[in-house]
Ligand binder design. Structure first.
Ligand code: BGC
Length: 711
């Protein structure tokens, strides 16, 4: 008998259920309700895993209880939300998505895994793969943006980065793909609300990132809090057992979200903890995170015949198997002992700076005001986000510390030692006091440029942080208007976890940069871009709305019978606002200027199984060295199901010196032209396809060729 069989055979029912029971430590709070003494539960084998408990000593202390004092000595599994860095904090995921760079996505996850495992953590609740098209939903900040193809690339890169080559390695962190699935489609963007999307949308948009995570070997998956058309995900057997386990062959662990098993009662599908436990277990949920329903409910569920011992054993085996794969049986203290804290800190901070500046998106740039000239001598740095180092860490900062975060003020001071920088917040982020505005305005009098730092507090996005108004909170608009009224050159830095709808601001500012929450190196990253030490490359992973009334807004629209047309009354549009976004998906300016030409698809007709080489010349039409980003989209012109007008199939980045030219190429497979047919099975239909390349999803900037797929 193997180790796991032997253990299973020796376990009492309480010990088995203990393996399925994850409880929250008191070191951090990420949900409602806290447990008392965890030590007794660990000693008696009633707790198999912990979340929110980290630090090598702290982890080893509880691990010792499990290994040395519990009857069977099964090690604990330690989980934590290591979302965008652990001690070194990288940009929030939405900002990181702006990189369109799988190698860097992987690197930051690897760095986070190295740091978290130094703190004894073995499992992260990441990557978050919720495609989101509604910025009212605060959790848009945690995810990949609006596109499923991008989300799938991120899924693969992050899973690989966290887990490394060998899950048993001392610096490998088991990944949890979450939140399965379609959480981003909550009704009206309201947190935890119901989701109702078609089977097609589910399969085309929301499931593919999870397939990618499973293909990359994710150790765990977390069902979402929500119900999908009445079937809460925590008990959604067709998707968990059917799609994930049977169709995809996922053999890892399913971990409920925080308290979600108990919440099956609130959803109205379980009458008591016994039914809730039975429903979740039968749906394939192996670990009950914090709700205590498995402990309280499964023994009774067994008696009532709602679950069988064999079903419990399957879940226990999966949990033990994960612990085994993580090397916890061989050496429960491996994580946290391999090397001292602080090793390679400087390298990770450098990575945070690099990723931080790459996440910045230059949204508008009217007066060629940037980069700031080297001879600049006086800047007024105004706004409540200018010196707000804690905010820079964003809403999920793991073990990141505010004192390690570089504010925008500090970053600019370090980059421009010869320049006088006067700072005043003017107003609080969300307060109603406007008294500081006049002092802030006065401070601008002698400045050559005003840098205005506006936006949200970190806690205004993330979990339980939906907003119905996507404007600037508090009295920031009044501050901004007073500054604009001075007629000075104004650069606006927008810190936020979501796109903000500020058409008036984009109108008035000379330049606006989306600086999101860039993590510990935020200030340096911002300074690198403002001074031109780094030429911006970030691109929007979502369509930025003009007004809240436009959401959900995304580029991958189906053609309508009456397409949007200016001046055409009976067309798909609004009376009061253009149908287009403020900034399209993929948008992001550079200090260079790029032009595309000589677009070719070769051959222009292909059969199933063949490839088409797609290529385009990119010219840097400026003197400034820069990096161009190119997007490849396809559009099936006539198909058995109406296909989106644009579907992303590839991204290329190309470095070009001033006045240099280069050629970007893709090998488009005919498989990229397949789609889910009328019965939701993949089909490849012959016919004509538009192939587009462009610097964003803006139709006006796309180059187009038509290819034919022949039978
Ligand atoms: C969140 C998850 C998170 C968990 C543990 C929940 O409230 O939805 O994303 O992993 O808490 O902190």
């Amino acid at each position: 008998m193997g180790r796991i069989d032997t253990l299973l055979a020796a376990m009492t029912i309480e010990e088995k259920i203990g393996q399925l029971n994850m409880v929250a430590s008191t070191l951090a709070v990420t949900g409602p309700g806290q447990l008392g003494d965890i030590h007794e539960g660990i000693r008696t084998g009633r707790i198999g895993s912990l979340l929110n408990h980290w630090g090598a000593d702290e982890v080893h202390a509880v691990q010792r209880l499990a290994v040395e004092e519990s009857r069977l000595g099964v090690p604990l599994l330690l989980g934590l939300d290591v979302i965008h860095g652990h001690r070194t904090i990288f940009p929030v995921p939405l900002a990181e998505a702006c990189l369109f760079a799988p190698d860097l996505w992987e690197k930051t996850a690897r760095a986070a895994a190295e740091e978290a495992t130094q703190d004894g953590v073995a499992l992260t609740f990441a990557p978050m793969l919720d495609v989101a098209r509604d910025p009212r939903w605060g959790r848009i900040v945690e995810g990949p943006g609006e596109d499923s193809w991008v989300a799938s690339q991120i899924a693969a890169a992050k899973t690989l980065g966290f887990q490394g080559q060998d899950l048993a390695a001392a610096d490998s962190l088991a990944a949890t793909a979450k939140h399965f699935c379609a959480y981003g489609a909550v009704t009206a963007g309201r947190e935890y609300a119901s989701v109702d999307v078609s089977e097609r949308t589910l399969r085309e948009i929301y499931l593919p990132p999870f397939s990618a995570a499973v293909a990359a070997g994710t150790a765990a998956v977390m069902p979402a809090f929500i119900d999908l058309a009445g079937a809460p995900m925590t008990a959604n057997a067709p998707l968990l057992q059917g799609w994930l386990r049977r169709e995809l062959g996922f053999e890892g662990v399913l971990i409920s979200d925080y308290n979600a098993v108990a919440e099956l009662m609130n959803h109205g599908v379980a009458a008591d903890a016994v039914e809730a436990a039975a429903l979740a277990l039968k749906a394939g949920v192996d670990i009950d995170m914090t709700s205590d329903c498995y402990v309280r409910g499964l023994p009774e569920a067994l008696k009532r015949g709602l679950v069988t011992m064999a079903e419990i054993d399957v879940s226990v085996r999966r949990v033990l198997d994960l612990k085994d794969r993580l090397g916890l049986f061989d050496d429960p203290y491996r994580r946290g002992s391999a090397w001292p804290h602080g090793a390679r800190d400087a390298e990770r901070r450098e990575l945070a700076r690099e990723v931080g500046r790459r996440a910045i998106v230059l949204l508008t740039h009217r007066a060629a005001i940037l980069p700031l000239p080297p001879e600049i001598r006086r800047i007024a740095l105004i706004g409540p986000l200018a010196a707000a180092s804690r905010e820079m860490l964003g809403p999920w900062a793991s073990a990141g510390r505010a004192q390690d975060a570089v504010s925008i003020l500090e970053g600019l001071e370090a980059a421009l030692p010869q320049c006088r920088i006067d700072h005043a917040p003017g107003v609080d982020i969300a307060g109603q006091d406007t008294e500081g505005i006049s002092a802030a305005v006065d401070l601008c009098a002698g400045a050559e440029v005003v840098v205005l730092c506006l936006g949200e507090a970190a806690a205004m996005s993330g979990e339980a942080a939906s907003r119905a108004d996507l404007g600037l909170p508090g009295r920031q608009r009044e501050l901004a208007d007073a500054i604009f009224d001075l007629g000075k050159p104004v650069v606006v830095l927008l810190s936020s976890g979501r796109p903000l709808t500020l058409p008036w601001l984009f109108e008035r500012a000379d330049a606006v940069l989306a600086t999101w929450f860039l993590g510990g190196e935020a200030g340096h990253a911002v300074a690198d871009v403002l001074t031109g030490r780094f030429n911006p490359t970030g691109r929007l992973p979502l369509s930025w709305p003009r007004l809240v009334g436009q959401v959900p807004i995304f580029y991958r629209q189906r053609p309508t019978g009456r397409p949007t047309k200016a001046g055409e009354h009976y067309s798909s549009s609004y009376l009061d606002v253009p149908a287009t976004p403020q900034f399209p998906f993929g948008h992001g300016l550079s200090y260079s200027r790029f032009a595309l030409f000589d677009f070719k698809c070769d051959p222009s007709s292909a059969k199933a199984g063949e490839f088409v080489e797609v290529s385009v010349t990119v010219a840097n039409d400026s003197e400034v060295d820069g990096e161009a980003t190119l997007f490849l989209f396809v559009h099936d012109l006539v198909a058995s199901v109406a296909r989106p007008v644009l579907e992303l199939k590839g991204v290329r980045k190309i470095d070009l010196k001033g006045r240099e030219r280069g050629r970007a190429t893709w090998r488009l497979s005919t498989g990229d032209l397949s789609f889910l047919g009328p019965n939701l099975n993949p089909v490849l239909e012959s016919g004509r396809f538009e192939i587009h390349v462009g610097q964003s999803a803006d139709p006006a900037g796309l180059l187009t060729e038509v290819i034919e797929l022949t039978p």
